[in-house]
Write a protein of this length. Structure first.
Length: 145
């Protein structure tokens, strides 16, 4: 009887984890360790992160699109994974941004062997009416010097 009750509890727990969207796999930062409470049960205690957390950046004046554009202008042969690291967003987000920039006529992608090379089209005007009198080249000069 005890075995059936334990099996039923495990099934219920697994079902609730699946439905709640939480993953049983945790990153090293959020991993919890078990500490015995002396009654045969273990309670979870969150481990302290090894590095101090930086305060979250709430917003910046430039968008992720402009950040990606600036990085690709500086290093046109950079892989998107590295662009993502430098900008601070996911690789998938960088892929969407690059697609937007390419469709908008701000960059041109050229396949070189197994890699891509990105050319920023500096003569393209900025999109918003307030800044439309300027082009991408002006923005890049302002930021990169």
């Amino acid at each position: 009887m005890v075995t059936n009750a334990v099996a039923k509890k495990n099934q219920t727990t697994a079902r609730s984890k699946r439905s709640s969207g939480t993953s049983p796999v945790r990153s090293a930062k959020t991993r919890k360790s078990s500490v015995s409470s002396g009654r045969g049960r273990a309670k979870s205690v969150a481990e302290e992160p090894s590095t101090p957390a930086k305060p979250p950046t709430r917003w910046t004046f430039l968008t992720n699109h402009s950040h990606v554009l600036i990085v690709l202008h500086a290093e046109p042969e950079l892989v998107l994974r590295e662009v993502a690291t430098r900008v601070g967003i996911t690789e998938r987000a960088v892929q969407r941004v690059v697609q937007d920039l390419e469709q908008g006529g701000f960059i041109r992608r050229e396949r070189v062997g197994r890699k891509n090379r990105y050319e920023v089209l500096a003569d393209t005007p900025l999109r918003h009416p307030i800044e439309a009198h300027r082009d991408i080249g002006d923005l890049l000069k302002l930021i990169t010097g």
